[in-house]
Design a protein around this ligand. Structure first.
Ligand SMILES: C[S@@+](CC[C@H](N)C(=O)[O-])C[C@H]1O[C@@H](n2cnc3c(N)ncnc32)[C@H](O)[C@@H]1O
Length: 416
């Protein structure tokens, strides 16, 4: 399973000579001139000249700020560090408004919740071997080149501190040609590392990796899909429960973003006694909601539901939580199955959940809390609900992929 990543930033056009004025910033974070030339790291209203090593700012925007990270110019991890927080928030809100307009929907973006710098608790880094050793970092802008990012302003300090240990691991997991994917997730017991590699797990590696994991303070080390070392269970707190997610499982990217989404969901379904949580993952919403309501958690990945179930059984004072492994694209819950619930939570992957939304739209379920990581598929699905008699509430944009073009949101639909 892969984490949802921001869309790839398109390559800038070859630079025409002379000064140009930036008209807008696209939803990929590229400046665009009236002629359609795409320019990175610029803002609307700015006059710039285009040079081979990037734009030179002639007239800066009042929204321009000094990038907080020294790697910003080269690193592909961030697109918008040159813009004020206020500009980025309004730009993300506008991406949502544009997606709604494309479906002829009226919608109000009530607020934007932006996660602080240095707060990403989960990230996929790339590791590559070099002549001298190994490199670990993010890909350079629009490139396969890996660049080192010491002092990166996205990640939790506990994750940036791990980079030297990851370089040691990249020596074993990557090659000069083949890259290793290193997904690190902060947990209560220390970082949880999932290595995506084609290299076989030899006996020698089986013997050496646990010691490397111990020295690095890892809670768990997973090579391809095999747990090679688990020094402590990599627990995640979900309400009163503690869950050990299976290797590679989806988790929200920041604790702040998760709390903002949970608040929206909680407010939307307040008072409900029987809630169905669709695309439930390991229980990010199910387990906190189980403090007040009975929950039926439905999700495609059985190991995630097993983790959710263990977390529920180990927690005190929660109402009943049942789980069901089911492919909701092919076999959505049908209106007669939805009839026993008084609220639904739905948090699908980027593609949205058209089949499940169509079933929800003709159900009598009074309230639906919807969370989305794609304004375009959200707007498509929202239109189905609105056309079938649901009112859409105010939208909260949750920016847990700070400085990237990625946009997440949550809102409530109520039956008219
Ligand atoms: C955006 S994540 C949300 C997970 C959870 N709500 C959370 O906040 O941690 C989407 C979830 O949908 C699951 N999923 C993806 N495709 C699915 C499908 N066809 N049927 C059921 N679940 C699916 C993924 O395994 C993932 O857990």
């Amino acid at each position: 399973m892969t984490e949802t990543l921001p869309p790839k930033t398109p390559q800038p056009d070859p630079a025409p000579k002379g000064e140009v004025t930036i008209e807008a910033v696209t939803h990929h974070g590229m400046g665009r001139t009236a002629e359609g030339t795409l320019v990175p790291r610029v803002l609307p209203g700015e006059v710039v000249t285009l040079a081979a090593d990037g734009p030179k700012i002639v007239t800066p925007s009042p929204e321009r700020v000094a990038p907080p990270c020294r790697h910003f110019k080269a690193c592909g991890g961030c697109a918008m560090q040159h813009a004020s927080d206020g500009f980025v928030a309004e730009w993300k809100a506008d991406i949502v408004r544009t997606a709604l307009r494309a479906q002829a929907l009226d919608g109000e973006v009530a607020r934007v919740e932006t996660s602080p710098a240095d707060s990403r608790r989960r990230a996929r880094l790339a590791g590559r071997r070099t002549k001298k050793g190994a490199l670990v970092g993010f890909h350079a802008r629009a490139s396969d080149t890996v660049i080192e990012v010491p002092g990166c302003r996205l990640l939790l300090p506990a994750l940036t501190a791990l980079i030297p240990a990851l370089e040691r691991i990249a020596m074993l997991a990557a090659s000069r040609k083949g890259e290793a994917g290193l997904t690190v997730t902060d947990s209560e017991a220390g970082p949880d590392l999932h290595i995506d590699t084609d290299k076989p797990l030899t006996e020698e590696l089986r013997l050496s990796l646990p010691e490397i994991a111990r020295e690095a303070g890892l809670a768990r080390l997973v090579w391809a899909d095999e747990i090679v070392a688990e020094l402590e269970p990599p627990m995640q707190r979900m309400g009163r429960a503690r869950v050990v997610p299976p290797p590679g499982a989806f988790l929200q990217a920041t604790a702040h973003g998760e709390a903002a989404l949970l608040k929206c969901v909680r407010d939307a379904v307040a008072g409900a006694e029987r809630i169905v949580d669709l695309f439930a993952g390991c229980g990010t919403f199910s387990l906190p909601l189980a403090e007040r309501a009975e929950i039926h958690a439905v999700e495609g990945a059985a190991p995630m539901l097993a983790a959710l179930d263990r977390g529920w059984r180990g927690a005190a004072g929660l109402k009943r939580v049942t789980t069901e492994a089911r492919d909701l694209f092919r076999r959505p819950l049908l209106p007669d199955e939805l009839a026993r619930f008084d609220a639904a939570v739905i948090d699908p992957p980027r593609a949205g959940a058209q089949a499940q939304i169509e079933a929800l739209a003709v159900s009598q379920i009074p309230v639906i809390a919807m969370v989305s990581c794609s304004p375009a598929s959200f707007a498509r699905d929202a239109k189905i609900l609105v056309e079938q008699g649901y009112d859409m509430g105010p939208i909260t944009v949750v920016d847990q992929f700070r400085w990237s073009p990625h946009v997440e949101l949550a809102t409530r639909f109520t039956r008219r």
